[in-house]
Design a binder for this molecule. Structure first.
Ligand SMILES: [Mg+2]
Length: 117
């Protein structure tokens, strides 16, 4: 595992609030990531729609979003590097021509996350 990402995940684990109830913990991380991603969107909206540059807020809230990604990975005992690698492999398959094309966009498989196996 990449040491930088491993150290980052360990740091996040160290500073994260401790919970007795695992459902409360993952709910907190799930709501937290949504809130921070919403802050990213809000800063982009203000930058574009209100002509009020919030690019430093976009950057800061991307970091906050990443922190929640690490917290969720820690909760499930996943390595952030594995998540990045799996996503990279998925995108390489989807964009086999190396760039976004209409054809590659159509290659997306619809996944029903609730589908019972
Ligand atoms: Mg924030």
């Amino acid at each position: 595992m990449d040491e930088f990402l491993k150290n980052y995940q360990e740091f996040c684990k160290k500073v994260a609030k401790k919970f007795d109830d695992p459902e409360k913990e993952i709910m907190t991380w799930g709501l937290g990531i949504s809130g921070e991603a919403g802050d990213v969107a809000g800063c982009i909206k203000k930058t574009i729609s209100h002509k009020d540059s919030q690019t430093s807020g976009i950057k800061e809230n991307l970091g906050d979003t990443l922190w929640y990604i690490a917290a969720i990975c820690n909760f499930y005992d996943w390595n952030l590097e594995d998540i990045i690698n799996e996503n990279t492999e998925k995108l390489k398959k989807r964009y086999s021509e190396g760039v976004f094309t209409e054809k590659s966009a159509c290659k997306r498989e619809r996944i029903d996350w609730n589908e019972k196996k």
